[in-house]
Design a protein around this ligand. Structure first.
Ligand SMILES: [Zn+2]
Length: 91
């Protein structure tokens, strides 16, 4: 893998971003947590959309941002669409 660079696909907009620019974000909906990686642009719009956040140690990153959401409907749009698609496939 030396000499290769890993790109992360932003879970909200699908943009390709270098691994070191991806931000690990956790959405906590009750007892369920969703882990996403966002580009800096989506992260800053999510920061504006949610009132407050807290930081925790990340799974892949040193730090992750946690947003508390009332339900999975509050997840960024792209994720919701993808999950609906995979539900259709599963049926
Ligand atoms: Zn993005």
């Amino acid at each position: 893998m030396l000499g290769h660079s890993t790109l992360i696909l932003c879970d909200a907009c699908g943009a390709e971003i270098p691994d070191k620019s991806a931000k690990e974000v956790i959405y906590q909906a009750g007892k369920i947590r969703y882990r996403l990686e966002l580009c800096t642009g989506c992260l800053s719009s999510e920061m504006k959309r949610h009132n407050g956040h807290r930081g925790v140690p990340g799974f892949h990153k040193r730090a992750a941002i946690v947003f508390s959401i009332p339900s999975r409907d509050e997840l960024p749009r792209q994720v919701r669409l993808t999950q609906q698609e995979s539900l259709k496939v599963a049926r």
